[in-house]
Design a protein around this ligand. Structure first.
Ligand SMILES: NC(=O)C1=CN([C@@H]2O[C@H](COP(=O)(O)OP(=O)(O)OC[C@H]3O[C@@H](n4cnc5c(N)ncnc54)[C@H](OP(=O)(O)O)[C@@H]3O)[C@@H](O)[C@H]2O)C=CC1
Ligand SMILES: O=C1O[C@H](COP(=O)(O)O)[C@@H](O)[C@H](O)[C@H]1O
Length: 592
């Protein structure tokens, strides 16, 4: 649940820059917690221990897949700063520090659709520091004025927060600057650095923190990360880099990307974003489970029969076919968004809510799973469908950006198992598809039948229709409901299935919940990595899908065609039946 009045979650570790010369003392952060209030960011009172650099250097890195990794982002060096200055850095002391956010790929779709609106929303809510600036960087030529007018077209004020909207929009735009350049050119980043230094100098703050969002296609990730890190790292604060998926196409390419990034950045500077982790109901998952006695005791194989994590969109790849075709739905949605939800859902109680403890618990889940088998997978691709008025909804292959004859799946469903004592034998079914009948993402937990039920005779032969089901609807119309059996009021003894129903819109009077990117960008500002993917999580996630992806591609497995706007291929039902499951989302009663 979102805390009231803009109160945000605890700030995590801030990381200091790493001037690379000479012996360095090291700040060890000992679990400092603060809840920043509206207009006040990460005001943290840290516990700091100074250690010798020799100990720290060995403590702070390990090898993963040949990539040097920071194992504990809470251990970092602080170069020439004295301890008092390190305190300031740690607590993001915005009285002395400015913040520059650089959107690399600023002319692109994601930047316009998500990043600028999220930055504006944070600014509007007073959650960004007073001295805050946005820098756009891309190859397209634009003046500051043109950049501002491009951004202006992307901004809206929330329905419930329109006060001084125009004035705030104008003030926000005044903080936006643009620098054109090539992603693989040192001089371009030097020019950007000069521009930033100039603006930051005008802030009158002795220190500056810099945050880069790499919103660019994967072929230029490493070059741009290198340019940002090597030529634009701040000398007086932290430098953090947000990387968007796709994090490679399989284990090998992901490891290569990891090595490429590690050549320029420490692991604690890298924020791998999976925006599903920033969604309100996913944030709530741990709260629901670990703060309510009624759920956690049931969260295991004794009571849960199966778990279904589903994603559907009621539109096709329109316009993104070029990108999509090289990835397909398994890489685009299932290997990351749905698998992350699974890990968070199924993890053992973490030692604490600290980022590393949660990520340790998640990675254990992933490493307890066997790779997905082709036999337990169904692939689909949408085809065109004629609709009323003589119109036709285009099939995937009708998209001009898709290569003719492509076998790329736009739908996939797979069954996975977690081989640990809690989940042994419980099928986790993941399903995702484009151009289906509805837009929806949810987690559906189907419980076992009541043993020796006294009311069994009341339900007829279909006992499944009477099992309890917990539904966490991630979007749209966020909701949590539990299907229960209940006596129909009256003198007879008739039972029906009804819902204990928490609908966010009515319960919280929230017209609009914050977008996932708002939450995640603020977390980066606060150095909170709970909702970002750690390198070993990524590695474990790829290990589960790489063999399947390679088999599909080498064997050229043909997807089952399904009509645009349908419920997907019939094969998905056979897959579910094979695992003794019935898809819950196909029941129209539960339409949002
Ligand atoms: N759009 C979305 O909804 C989502 C996107 N992502 C990921 O975010 C990143 C950005 O996505 P998106 O904004 O859609 O991407 P775009 O295709 O819009 O590319 C972003 C910018 O990168 C530059 N660019 C495009 N193609 C190339 C190329 N071949 N070589 C060098 N530069 C290029 C362009 O800027 P210029 O020509 O001005 O340099 C473009 O404006 C990608 O990694 C994507 O996979 C992840 C989730 C959702
Ligand atoms: O990452 C991606 O997510 C979007 C769906 O995100 P949502 O927040 O709108 O549900 C999906 O359309 C896209 O293909 C994928 O790359």
């Amino acid at each position: 649940m979102r805390a009231p009045c803009g109160v945000r979650k605890a700030a995590g570790a801030a990381t200091a820059p790493l001037p690379q010369s000479g012996p360095r003392p090291v700040v060890v952060r000992a679990g400092a917690h603060t809840v920043p209030q509206r207009g006040q960011i990460a005001h943290t009172k840290p516990s700091v221990v100074v250690r010798s650099s020799a100990t720290a250097d060995t403590a702070s890195t390990s090898k993963a897949n040949g990539v040097e990794q920071a194992t504990s982002p809470s251990v970092y060096s602080f170069g020439n700063l004295n301890v008092e200055e390190a305190y300031d850095l740690e607590r993001n002391d915005w009285k002395k520090t400015s913040l520059s956010v650089v959107v690399v790929g600023a002319s692109g779709d994601l930047a316009k659709k998500k990043i600028f609106p999220a930055l504006f929303a944070l600014y509007y809510e007073g959650l960004l520091p007073e001295e805050f600036h946005v820098f756009g960087f891309a190859r397209s030529k634009m003046s500051d004025a043109e950049f501002r007018s491009m951004i202006a077209g992307t901004l809206t004020c929330r329905v419930h927060a329109r006060e001084n909207c125009l004035e705030k929009t104008e003030k926000f735009l005044q903080r936006c600057f643009y620098s054109a350049g090539q992603y693989d050119e040192a001089a371009s980043f030097q020019t950007l650095n000069g521009r930033m230094a100039e603006v930051e100098a005008g802030c009158g703050k002795p220190r500056s923190n810099r945050m880069f969002f790499l919103s660019i296609p994967p072929n230029v990730f490493i070059a741009a990360a290198g340019g940002a890190a090597d030529f634009c790292s701040t000398k007086t604060g932290w430098t953090r880099v947000i990387v968007e998926k796709p994090f490679g196409r399989d284990s090998a390419s992901s490891a290569a990307l990891g090595r490429g990034l590690a050549a320029h950045l420490r692991e604690d500077q890298i924020y791998r974003i999976d925006h599903y982790l920033g969604k309100e109901l996913i944030e709530n998952l741990t709260v629901l489970r670990f703060s309510n006695l009624v759920f956690e005791p049931l969260w295991c194989r004794q009571y849960i029969r199966n778990v279904q994590i589903t994603f559907s969109e009621n539109f096709g790849t329109e316009g993104r076919g070029g990108y999509f075709d090289t990835y397909g739905i398994l890489r685009d949605v299932i290997q990351n968004h749905l698998l992350q939800i699974l890990a968070l859902f199924a993890m053992e109680p973490p030692v604490s809510l600290e980022a590393e403890d949660i990520r340790d618990a998640k990675v254990k889940v992933l490493r307890s799973m066997a790779p997905v088998r082709l036999d337990d997978t169904v692939l689909g691709q949408y085809r065109s469908r004629a609709v009323a008025g003589g119109k036709t909804l285009p099939g995937y292959l009708d998209d001009k950006t898709v290569p003719p004859g492509s076998l790329t799946p736009t739908f996939a469903a797979c069954a996975m198992y977690i081989n640990n004592p809690r989940w042994d034998g419980v099928p986790f079914l993941l399903k995702a598809g484009k151009a289906l009948h509805t837009r929806r993402a949810e987690i559906r937990v189907q419980f076992r039948h009541v043993p020796g039920s006294l009311y069994k005779h009341k339900f007829g032969p279909d006992l499944d229709s009477a099992t309890n089901e917990l539904v966490i609807r991630i979007q749209p119309k966020e909701a949590i409901y539990l299907k229960i059996n209940n006596k129909v009021p009256g003198l007879g003894l008739q039972l029906d299935t009804t819902k204990l129903d928490l609908q966010y819109q009515s319960a919280y009077k929230a017209n609009e919940l914050p977008d996932a990117y708002e939450r995640l960008l603020l977390d980066v500002v606060n150095g909170d990595k709970r909702l970002f993917i750690r390198y070993d999580e990524l590695e474990a996630a790829w290990e589960l899908f790489t063999p399947l992806l390679h088999e599909i591609e080498t064997r050229r497995v043909a997807p089952e065609l399904y009509p645009y706007g349908s419920r997907g291929p019939v094969g998905a039902h056979y897959l579910a039946a094979k695992h003794n499951v019935r898809w819950g989302d196909l029941n129209d009663d539960d339409e949002p």
